[in-house]
Design a protein around this ligand. Structure first.
Ligand code: ZN
Length: 386
């Protein structure tokens, strides 16, 4: 099915087209240019009315929404998550598991694989396995009782599901470091997470191929000028891309700006780390086997520890733009191209370029989602879906 979008401000990979058109066919971007659209035989034509057409958002780290969670292994729940995220401009994401018993993680991965085969809403790119190979002293909201050292047989079983794209580990343990080559061999990105590593240990793990930093600043050794920690290593080493939660509760706006000024658009990527309570009212909810309390955008364990966010991706983008003090058209890659690059997906997603998938988001001037298009199909249109 072909789609023609006219009258759009297009943030293409290499330039901004102030007023132009884009044509998609068979799910891919086939042509775009400035000015009036040529006479084209499209199945559907949409007038963007001057709104901004950007690459669809890609969330690499998101646990749940609307009461559903990736770790529960519920295929229907994953579809509901996909539809919820599409309403917030997300065109592709990695359902993210939590620290849990091995069997439960394997079951969750298999459910993600089944859900991926029947796409609805935002596309499932694969799975993000966060934990259990973390550091108990930096557990945050991850279950300390299930945190353990990596076991190669177990890891092979996770990788054999064929759905894992990203795995987050604490590399200060030799057992955990051992899995890095096997992951890289299978094209799985490895991220440093929930870690008490020193600056030197973090740099050494980057030498081994860790290329990402999980929710930078949170659940890791902080930057002290005489003990720069994982945060210092993340800022100092150009090889790693840094995830950042932009709910303005996990990280202050000034720290988001400091990160962005050090890493730039190619080294910074927005994640939500959103949990099941996202999209629901205040109250008590599940997070794996935990109970959490949600009030406004704040989700905490009963002891007050922040337990993932309840922020949506579009709100995160608005917060980020405000925090860094730069217009969206200058920083858009942090929401699409950089996450795509982080998991080896940029050949077909993450920017508006010829023959890439037509995964697009139409945004108002104040960055509200007007429409989300996944693979050339309208997945959400403001006002049309409840
Ligand atoms: Zn985490």
């Amino acid at each position: 099915m072909s789609l023609l979008i006219t009258n759009a401000r297009i943030l293409s990979e290499h330039r901004i087209i102030e007023r132009g058109w884009l044509y998609a066919d068979e799910g891919r971007i086939r042509a775009f240019a400035g000015g009036e659209a040529p006479n084209m035989d499209a199945k559907r034509t949409l007038d963007a009315d001057g709104a901004t057409l950007a690459p669809g958002f890609i969330d690499l780290h998101v646990h749940g929404a609307m009461g559903d969670e990736a770790i529960l292994g519920d295929e229907a729940g994953l579809h509901r998550m996909s539809e919820f995220y599409a309403r917030h401009g997300v065109t592709a994401y990695l359902p993210t598991t939590l620290t849990a018993p091995h069997g439960q993680i394997v079951a969750a991965l298999n459910a993600i694989k089944r859900a991926q085969a029947h796409p609805r809403g935002a596309a499932i790119l694969g799975a993000h396995v966060e934990g259990p190979y973390l550091n108990r002293s930096k557990a945050g909201a991850q279950f300390p009782e299930f945190i353990r050292l990596a076991d190669m047989t177990e890891v092979e079983e996770l990788l054999d599901t064929g759905i894992v794209r990203l795995i987050a580990i604490a590399p200060e343990f030799a057992e955990n470091r051992q899995i890095i080559p096997a992951c890289l061999q299978r094209g799985v990105t490895v991220s440093i997470a929930h870690t008490a590593a020193s600056f030197e240990e973090a740099l050494a793990s980057f030498d081994l191929g860790i290329s990402q930093v999980t929710h930078t600043y949170n659940a890791m050794t902080p930057l002290h000028h005489r003990d720069p920690g994982v945060v210092g290593a993340a800022l100092a080493d150009a090889r790693v891309r840094c995830e950042i939660i932009c709910d303005l509760l996990h990280v202050e706006a000034g720290a988001i700006k400091a990160l962005f000024n050090a890493k730039g658009t190619s080294g910074t990527l927005i994640i939500t780390d959103a949990i099941a309570a996202t999209g629901l009212g205040d109250g008590e909810y599940g997070l794996g086997a935990h109970r959490v309390h949600k009030q406004g955008k704040k989700v905490t364990l009963m002891d007050g520890t922040l337990a993932g966010s309840a922020v949506t991706y579009d709100e995160s983008v608005r917060n980020f733009v405000k925090a860094v003090g730069r217009p969206f058209h200058e920083v858009w890659p942090v929401a699409s191209l950089t996450p795509a690059q982080a998991i080896g997906e940029a050949h077909q997603r993450g920017s508006i370029a010829l023959n890439k998938l037509a995964d697009l988001v139409l945004l108002s001037d104040d960055l509200r989602v007007q429409m989300t298009i996944v693979g050339g199909q309208v997945a959400y249109q403001r006002g049309e879906v409840a």
